[in-house]
Design a protein around this ligand. Structure first.
Ligand code: CAA
Ligand code: NAP
Length: 249
């Protein structure tokens, strides 16, 4: 796969899936910039070194994507320091699982702001440049639970389903301009996010996965690299499931 001479930005780049995406796009020849939450600043040096040990030179820029000001400032810094963005992977995300009857407005807002509104805040500042240059790839990391719902995740399922609505609508706006917009919907993947679940809940969910295992971050990164590839130019508005058969439609 080839992303040579392309500059890629991966939000949530220091997370489990984000790290694998950064590595994979770098292997495909892209210049990769990972973004992280300001709370992760003290992890940057060790993370950059770990990527370098695996052969990838990846820079990191910190910024909170869950606010309009944070997203705009983050992309402003990246464009000033590195130049125009060709590939954007919206991967930052959080969960605040609880049943609707117990959910607070803060838990609702945090999940909607971080998973869904962030996609608007970060994509809008790179969009015009992609359209003007006649090339762009926007890839949104949604979830199987945005496709099928999940007990205790009204906030997260709403945000992740909303991401794909955004994908489809924006795909129309980019279609005649060389800019594709797609969604990848992972199933349960082995990262800190799933490690935080109660063991018995995780085991019960895995028992229902036809492949009987979690996915790996590398399996998600492979799908992202495929959509980012120069040759994937006729795929837009798609939602690519990578879920071990957990949800088929
Ligand atoms: N289906 C039906 N009923 C359920 C249920 C389920 N999956 N889970 C719990 N219940 C029932 C319980 O039996 C209980 O019933 P009673 O009141 O009649 O006894 C009631 O709901 C309350 O259950 P809990 O005490 O477990 O409620 P809780 O508030 O403590 O826990 C929860 C709720 C934490 C959300 C828990 O249900 C849960 O962990 N659900 C799974 C959420 C999940 O899959 N998260 C994925 C995180 S990773 C991720 O999101 C990545 C991705 O994109 C895939
Ligand atoms: P993860 O390891 O927790 O990574 C998420 C990353 O997003 C973290 O580095 C996190 O930083 C960052 N982030 C959170 N809020 C942010 C903010 N406001 N601004 C900037 N960065 C922020 O989880 P993951 O499993 O790799 O998840 C990556 C994406 O895949 C998420 O969108 C998730 O919803 C999605 N996904 C995951 C799974 C799964 O099973 N793991 C399945 C489907 C979809 P902090 O650590 O500081 O919070």
């Amino acid at each position: 796969m080839s992303c040579i001479d392309k500059r890629a930005v991966v939000t949530g780049g220091l997370g489990g899936i984000g790290t694998a995406i950064c590595q994979r796009l770098s292997q495909a020849g892209a210049e990769v910039i990972a973004t992280c939450h300001p709370a992760e600043i003290d992890q940057i040096d060790a993370w950059v070194q770990a990527q370098q040990d695996k052969g990838a030179k990846i820079c990191v820029v910190a910024g909170d994507v869950s606010t309009a000001e944070g997203g705009a400032a983050l992309i402003g810094k990246i464009v000033e320091q590195f130049g125009a963005v060709d590939i954007l992977v919206n991967c930052a995300g959080i969960t605040r699982d609880t049943t609707l009857k117990k959910m607070t407005a803060e838990q609702w807002d945090a999940v909607i702001d971080t998973n869904l509104s962030s996609v608007f805040y970060v994509t809008q500042p790179v969009w015009n440049g992609m359209i003007e240059r006649g090339f762009g790839r926007v890839i949104n990391i949604s979830s199987v639970n945005g496709q099928r719902g999940q007990f205790g995740q009204t906030n997260y399922a709403a945000a992740k389903a909303g991401m794909h609505g955004f994908t489809m609508a924006l795909a129309y706006e980019g279609a005649a301009k060389g800019v594709t917009v797609n969604t990848v919907s992972p199933g349960y993947i082995d990262t800190a996010m799933t490690a935080a679940m109660r063991d018995e809940v995780r085991e019960a969910i895995l028992a229902g996965v036809p492949m009987r295992r979690m996915g790996t971050p590398e399996e998600i990164a492979h799908a992202v690299a495929f959509l980012a590839d120069d040759a994937s130019s006729y795929i837009t508005g798609a939602n690519l499931p990578v879920n071990g058969g957990l949800f088929m439609h």
